[in-house]
Write a protein that binds this ligand. Sequence first.
Ligand SMILES: *Cc1c(COP(=O)(O)O)cnc(C)c1O
Length: 804
Amino acid sequence: MQIDKETLKKDFKRKLTALYAENISSASAFHKYYAISSLVKDYSSEKWMNSNDNYSNKEKKQVYYFSMEFLIGRLLGSNLLNLGIKDMCKEALAELGIDLDELLEVEHDAGLGNGGLGRLAACFLDSMASVGIPGHGCGIRYDYGLFEQKIVNGYQVEIPDNWLKNGNVWEVRREDKAVVVKFGGEVTPVLENDRLSFKHENFEAVLAVPYDTPIIGYKNNTVNTLRLWSAETIDKDFDFDSFSKGEYTKAVEHKYSVQSISQVLYPDDTRVEGKILRLKQQYFFVSAGLQSIIRTYKKMHKPINKLDEYIQIQINDTHPAVAIAELMRILVDEEMLEWDEAFKITTSVMSYTNHTILAEALEKWPINIFKKLLPRIFMIINEINERFCKEVYAKYDDLNIVHDMAIICDGYVKMAYLAIVGSHSVNGVAKLHTEILKERELSKFYNFFPQKFNNKTNGITHRRWLLQSNPKLADLITKNIGQNWIKEPIKLINLLSYSKDKNFQDKIYEVKQANKAQFSDYFKSKHGVTIDPNSIFDVQVKRLHAYKRQLLNVFNILDLYYRLKDNPSLDIVPRTFFFGAKAAPGYYLAKQTIKLINTVADLIDNDQAVNGKIKVIFLENYSVSLAEKIIPAADVSEQISTTTKEASGTGNMKLMMNGAITIATLDGANVEIRDQVGDDNIVIFGMKKDEVMEYEKNKSYNSTEYYNKDPRLKRILDSLVNGSLGVPTSEFSDIHKYLLANNDEFFVLKDFASYIDAQNKIDELYKNQGKWREMSIINIAHSGAFSSDNTIKKYARDIWRIVK
Ligand SMILES: *Cc1c(COP(=O)(O)O)cnc(C)c1O
């Protein structure tokens, strides 16, 4: 469909009137946002329908990305961009006296994810559509996304994220495609015609209603689908039986209990929540998703044993791993396949992405909870386990190995093991991470199934993270190397020839300064706080977690503060340290770290002696839309996790793509960023993988040694508990205890000296602007390697076996 400015203007006015009986002068910004979005959706509908028709007519292999989280952010800007009508729309609205940028700001973020894992899923959706892969998302339509963070008196306060309260213009409710998901009850085997079947009775039936959102490819004809499931009671809002017996509250209670399944996203991405409701969420969307996939498949009239030739399912971490057993249930119980054939098909359909090796994040469910909620699924996992254990025993003749690899063991169902055994591909998300999986965490499984293991380093969509969020940089790039990089981001490498070009370096600097000024203006108008755009913007934005070591960052700031106090003429480039981070509501140490950051910010603000040289800003409510604002303005990218703990990281890639210089440990994808840009264009510090693993194996680390021998550390740690930060001495005693008495699990004290040196090096490098700008250009040039388009093509080729 070709739309020109005049058509759009006419359509927009008509839409505003149709929706709200309003004209431009009387409509609120939200109504204008909603009208233009509704129009954009109209414009994409035909392509959406045609994509679906094309997929079924041509019997194309479909990929489904199963994920508990999709951290999408806003859609109006990216949809306009991908449809190729953003500039035209901006002009058309301007002619009507409307500022498109203002309308973009009105959209509520779709925050259905915690952090990296959910954002990866969103980048993959954008890339699958843009590369032209028939790939769809399957997840949960949470009524409440990740909480909104407020900072009150330096502490985090959580506010429910009621993102649907003004409606969601992008989704289509498809009640006709609802399916029933069954929980609990009893399962009894019955013998019928020489075949065992399983009778499921007294279950709780929940209606799963899909809401579809179009995922628009970049300037192509592909529109894929993100299908999110919502839980509802069947047929009736009230249980009229109970109602008529006068048990009104009981009836309403049932309704709320069902709805609670899709009510809220669990706000912790690193520790498993052993709640029944969480398992219920998992089975709910997995069962609904699979039922709808099978139903669509059957419309093609293909034999069920060819399922894997037409359907591929990627499970994003272990959260959807129960899909393996659910597909077995459908194939064996409903499609009447023999076990072996069903298992062969299932493993050929499924593949699993591992996202973490943190022990506290490895999902396992107590057998009793599992069995009670999912009786038939438990039986199936039991059968998978028994057959697998026999194979392991046959191979090694060693019961210890069987014990270590069993899916069900020591009272638990281990979801990662189920995911490995039940799929044909197991991938880590960065080279280093995959190596660690093979060598240590999953070494027994690697030995048993070497062919299943592979690496797929994460990526990010350059459309959102450069083209959309940093238009000034995108324009500058296009002016110099042409526009091919937009379709083929690897072509950013052509910027290399400009890295020493003085004129281009100046332009790069101008863009960065303009973005910094723009961010400062935004921050000033929103919070009334002045930020110096001539200071170095040093940015650590990511979830708050001990392993990501925001504490290490704070310790450098305190050390710098003391150095400035001791030597007021210390020659440093003024620096603004930005933190953006949500802490899981139940994660006490993380919340205390937020309080510490804000305490140090106040300490510095209230001290004339250091004012103007350093400043700390805590960015409230870090989210996708805030990331899009701060990342283009960043000079320094903080990627300082304890080596081996960050599986990949994707924030590191976004910042690199926007010209920030990375200060990093050799962890996750930082290693690959280093390999791309070379040692001269990144600042590396800290322990290496082998060193960390040695310390952990021998338990030979003693944090107190470092406290005793480094007077800087002594001063900082003492300040936590001696009142010198201007808060009661008890405020940070638990952080103090965690680092000393409890021996500093993530080696903050150990890496401190090396980090300070690296930070000093950053200061030196920045003073040499020629060098700094050259580094920045080299980083942008190599960032195309981290485009999720590349990543997704590798998934398609190696895992989903899609030839393109
Ligand atoms: C990219 C992104 C993340 C992941 O950041 P890491 O530094 O890789 O942990 C988290 N939250 C948001 C909002 C993001 O955009």
